[in-house]
Design a protein around this ligand. Structure first.
Ligand SMILES: [Fe+2]
Length: 359
């Protein structure tokens, strides 16, 4: 299965993974052959990419890479719907995500897959929840603690329900005054959670502190070090990472490896060192299916990433140093080859033009 940008979609390509809309509704089911109408609809909905069944892609020479997700589509859908309910009705939930994550804790998080086609608060909250729970698992929290953390992560942006829509969904950079109002979602969330039945103080603290920084440069209070709750730090780094890898009105998404490096440099600055370390332990800096160049100039596709070796995935070498397609691709675990490392990512367009030079 390959990730294909919306601009490269062609009629006849087969959908490799069911596409859901911003509110969890199904848009196109897995296995459906794309029509020009589908492609128009996806463009209108501003879907940035979809997963396409490799065999349906024209001129496929690149061997198939199986992309795994950390949670099943149904779980994600259920979680998005649950967050929607939570945000609209301020109800407690989130158990589904916790259980499934616990049973698949050996999988790495591929951010490109995790990222939904939209940046709505519902889907963002589920992403943050998945990332926070993976971090919690690495920090060896028990099931009960993970439940608390998961609910806190799902609710972290709850206060946004009180931010006026024209600010929340403004298709432009916020003014100073608007940003001041936006920042209040932390305090609103705290108040809402404190007033709700069945939730704990830590849930309120997470909502209150999730934009704070370890060095005191965050908001709303500018607290630092020990005052910054550990659960809130886990949610804050998950929120930060997910935000960095999302398209924003004022900038394009950072590629995962750049977001990874920014977070790696944030120890004892944005967040406490061991939280950063535990968080990054689960992040594949180079998502499966991405093309990369090695320091010896060979070109490869990322297959998967062994846990704890975020920057050193297993790759399949496709082109040699002279840009010649290899008759038999060679698999290399970079975590076991100390002399080899990734120098850059390569766009699908570049690969396509390389392949075209053979035809
Ligand atoms: Fe927030």
């Amino acid at each position: 299965m390959g990730k294909v940008n919306i601009s490269s979609l062609e009629p006849g390509m087969k959908i490799g993974r069911t596409i859901y809309g911003a509110r969890g509704e199904m848009l196109i089911r897995k296995g459906v052959e794309l029509t020009p109408g589908h492609i128009r609809k996806l463009a209108q909905l501003e879907v940035s990419f979809v997963f396409i069944d490799d065999e349906s892609a024209p001129g496929t020479v690149i061997p198939k890479i199986v992309v795994k997700d950390v949670i099943a589509d149904q779980t994600r859908l259920a979680a998005v719907q649950q967050v929607k309910n939570i945000l609209l009705e301020t109800k407690e939930s989130g158990r589904l995500v916790t259980d499934e994550l616990l049973s698949s804790s050996s999988l790495m998080v591929n951010l490109v897959e995790l990222r939904s086609q939209d940046d709505y608060t519902f889907a963002h909250s589920v992403n943050v929840c998945v990332l926070a729970l993976m971090t919690g698992i690495t920090l060896e929290l028990d099931k009960k603690e993970l439940g608390v953390l998961g609910v806190g992560a799902l609710l972290h942006d709850l206060g946004k329900v009180k931010i006026p829509d024209k600010i929340l969904n403004k298709p432009d950079t916020l003014t100073k005054e608007e940003f001041k109002i936006m920042k209040k979602h932390t305090v609103y969330g705290y108040d809402l959670i404190r007033a709700a039945k069945g939730l704990e103080d830590v849930h309120a603290r997470i909502a209150y502190q999730h934009h704070e920084c370890y060095n005191g440069s965050g908001y709303p209070l500018g607290i630092k070090e020990k005052e910054f709750d550990e659960y809130a730090q886990i949610v804050a780094i998950s929120d930060k990472f997910d935000a960095l890898t999302a398209n924003r009105v004022y900038r394009n998404a950072f590629p995962p490896h750049e977001a990874y490096e920014m977070c790696a440099a944030s120890g004892n600055f944005w967040f406490k060192d061991h939280i950063v370390e535990a968080f990054l332990h689960n992040i594949a800096a180079y998502p499966s299916g991405v093309f990369i160049e090695l320091n010896d100039c060979r070109i490869a596709a990322v297959i998967d990433t062994p846990k704890g070796h975020s920057m050193f995935p297993r790759v399949r070498v496709l082109f040699n140093q002279n840009r010649r397609l290899l008759p038999a691709p060679q698999e290399i675990p970079l975590s076991e080859q100390s002399e080899l490392y990734i120098t850059r990512t390569i766009s699908t367009k570049e690969i396509q033009s390389l392949l075209e030079s053979y035809s």
